[in-house]
Write a new protein. Structure first.
Length: 207
């Protein structure tokens, strides 16, 4: 973990000490399948089954840093995967709600989060593009799958002073989009290019 942080994150401009600390604590190798565990800290995304991936460590750090977490926030994550990003969020926020559309991955993530002791993360198997209305509003929303635009239901579930992050673009190429919501005013900023698996659902891509 230390090598990953010192060689992949800090030299590329990750500055938030809390994010660096969280990435130093979460045991990434416990969030990947055993067959790729020896590559857990490589500078790339890795397959976790069902056509899904665990994001590159740098991308996890970038997206997390852009959320500007202080420690008390209520966060919604779309795309649980193996639970790694949720664990990093769990280190940095008050409560994390994460949605995964593939039941087997929800179970995999739950086992990983329980093993590593992250009790402030709740999981649900559902269409993530619709969000989690029963628990809204959220102070932060992070979408870890490519979407043609930031899903409107997620914007509607953001609190009056909140931040949302999503990779927005085509199925094969996206840019990280950050939305700041101040009451009814939305401000958009775009950051690094990226490539994520597609967000499938009512407000994402069709299967």
């Amino acid at each position: 973990m230390e090598k990953m942080v010192n060689h992949q994150l800090i030299p590329r401009g990750i500055k938030d000490e809390r994010v660096i600390d969280a990435m130093s604590k979460v045991p990434r190798h416990l969030f990947v399948p055993e067959k790729v565990r020896d590559r857990a800290y490589d500078d790339c995304a890795l397959p976790i089954g069902f056509g899904q991936t665990i994001s590159q460590p740098y991308m996890v750090a970038v997206m997390t840093e852009l959320l500007e977490l202080k420690g008390t926030e209520k966060v919604l994550e779309i795309g649980t995967g193996s639970g790694y990003q949720a664990a990093v969020l769990g280190e940095l926020a008050g409560k994390v709600y994460s949605i995964e559309r593939i039941p087997e991955l929800t179970a995999f993530a739950r086992a990983n989060l329980d093993t590593t002791g992250y009790r402030n993360v709740e999981l649900k198997t559902f269409d993530g593009s619709v969000g989690w209305t029963d628990e809204a509003p959220f102070d932060r929303i992070i979408v870890t799958a490519a979407t043609p635009e930031f899903p409107q239901p997620l914007i509607d579930q953001m609190s009056d002073d909140s931040i949302g992050i999503a990779p927005v673009g085509t199925r094969f190429s996206q840019m990280l989009l950050r939305i700041r919501k101040d009451k009814d005013k939305l401000t958009e900023s775009r950051f690094t290019p990226c490539v994520f698996v597609p967000l499938l659902g009512k407000y994402g891509w069709e299967e």
